[in-house]
Design a protein around this ligand. Structure first.
Ligand code: NDP
Length: 328
C-alpha cells in the first residue's frame, strides 16, 4: 500500500488540529527500518499533542503517537530483518519524527528494541512508554541503594499509566506501597495492583512546609509541582524520590531543606533519550517482573478510531492505567 491511515496534526488558525487522514508512504521521514504498526498506546504526552494543550509537536504535519509495537516490513539495518517483532518508544517520535498513530512507521533501527521474550506485541504496549518510565524509576531507586527494609515507598498519580505500573513493580520488589490518588473510587483497583495504603492526593497537592514528618523512604512521582516538593519534605533521612512527570505542574516550589538537612536525593528520569543499553535492561526486567495478571488488570483496549477521544480524557485525568490501541 502506498497510502495508509494515520492521525495527522496540522497547524490551524488557532493552535493545531488533529484528524484522521490518508498518508503517503513517500512522505514518511528518513529511517532505515519500515515497520507495520500493530499496537500503540495513549500516553499523557499523546494527549498533550492531540489536544494541542502543550507545544509537544515541533514539526508539521505531524503524525502523533510516541510508542508502538509492530512487525518489520523492510530493513536496511543489519540488526533487523522483515518479520522481526519490535518495540519503539521515545526518541522524539510524535514530536519531531512522524509517529505511531499510523499503519506504517519509518524509524532508525538503533531506536528499536527487539520485542522482549515473554511479551506479546499487545503486552509490550500495555507497558509502553509509561511502563518503561516506571521501570527506569524503580531501577534508579535500586541504583541509589533504596531497599524495602528502609520503609514504605510512595507513588503519586497512582491510578495513571506510569503510576499503575510503578505500584505493581514496587510491590513485586517487596516494598510496602503507598498509592496517592485523587480518585478514591480506584482504591480497590490500586490494592489489586499491590498498594498497601491509599492516600488522597490532596494531602500532598497544596503548598507545604520545607520539612515534615518522615513518612516514606522512597518514591516515584508522576505529578511534579507542590506534590513533589511535599514528597521530598516528607522523605526519611537518606531516602530518594524518582521524578518523571508533571501532571500537576512543571514547577517545583520547595526548598533545599530536604537535601541539606536529611540527605534526600532527587533522581531525574527521562525515557525519551534514554540510552539503548538501559532500555534493553529495563525491558528485560519488565518482561520478568511485571505479572501478566497485573498488566491485564491495568489495560483497556481501544480501536484506532477512539484515540482522539481517549487523548482528551487522559488530559482530564479520566483514564485509568494503560490504554492499548489496536492500529490494525
Ligand atoms: P496519566 O494521565 O495516565 O497519569 C497521570 C496521573 O496523575 C492521573 O491519572 C492522576 O492520577 C494524576 N493527576 C492528574 N492531574 C493531576 C493534578 N492536577 N494533580 C495531581 N495529580 C494529578 O499519565 P501518564 O502516566 O502517561 O504520565 C504521567 C506523567 O509522567 C505525565 O506528566 C507524563 O508527561 C510523564 N511522563 C514522563 C516520562 C519521562 O520520560 N520522564 C515518560 C512518560 C510519562 P490519580 O487519578 O491517581 O490522582
Amino acid at each position: 500500500m502506498s497510502t495508509f491511515s494515520a492521525i495527522r496534526i496540522d497547524k490551524a488558525e488557532k493552535g493545531t488540529q488533529a484528524a484522521f487522514a490518508d498518508f503517503d508512504e513517500a512522505d514518511l521521514m528518513d529511517g532505515d527500518v519500515t515497520v507495520r504498526v500493530v499496537h500503540s498506546t495513549v500516553n499523557y504526552k499523546d494527549g498533550l499533542a492531540i489536544t494541542g494543550k502543550s507545544p509537544v509537536v515541533r514539526r508539521f504535519p505531524m503524525i502523533p503517537g510516541i510508542d508502538f509495537s509492530g512487525v518489520v516490513e523492510s530493513s536496511g539495518n543489519p540488526a533487523f530483518k522483515p518479520g522481526d517483532f519490535v518495540v519503539m518508544t521515545g526518541w522524539g517520535m510524535g514530536e519531531t519524527h512522524l509517529g505511531a498513530y499510523a499503519q506504517k512507521a519509518r524509524v532508525r533501527g538503533d531506536w528499536l528494541v527487539p520485542l522482549p521474550p515473554g511479551l506479546s506485541l499487545s503486552d509490550a504496549m500495555s507497558v509502553g512508554t509509561a511502563g518503561l518510565t516506571a521501570m527506569l524509576c524503580v531501577q534508579a531507586l535500586d541504583a541509589h541503594g533504596c531497599k524495602p527494609a528502609d520503609g514504605p515507598a510512595i507513588v503519586t498519580g497512582a491510578a495513571g499509566g506510569v503510576g499503575s505500573v510503578a505500584v505493581a513493580l514496587l510491590k513485586k520488589a517487596g516494598w510496602h506501597v503507598i498509592a496517592s490518588t485523587g480518585r478514591a473510587s480506584e482504591a480497590d483497583y490500586l490494592k489489586g495492583l499491590g498498594a498497601d495504603e491509599i492516600i488522597d492526593r490532596k494531602e500532598l497537592s497544596e503548598p507545604g512546609r520545607p520539612l515534615g514528618k518522615e513518612r516514606w523512604a522512597a518514591g516515584i512521582d508522576t505529578v511534579g509541582s507542590n506534590t513533589l516538593a511535599n514528597l521530598l519534605a516528607q522523605t526519611r533521612y537518606g531516602g530518594a524520590i524518582a521524578a518523571c512527570g508533571l501532571a500537576q505542574g512543571m514547577d517545583l516550589p520547595g526548598s533545599v531543606a530536604p537535601f541539606i538537612l536529611r540527605g534526600i536525593s532527587l533522581l531525574g528520569i527521562d525515557s525519551v533519550m534514554c540510552p539503548k543499553d538501559k532500555r534493553i535492561a529495563a525491558w528485560a526486567r519488565l518482561a520478568k517482573d511485571l505479572d501478566k495478571s497485573a498488566l491485564a488488570a491495568m489495560t483497556t483496549h481501544i480501536p484506532f478510531e477512539k484515540v482522539m477521544d481517549v487523548a482528551r480524557d487522559i488530559i482530564e485525568g479520566k483514564v485509568r492505567g494503560r490504554v492499548v490501541v489496536d492500529i490494525t
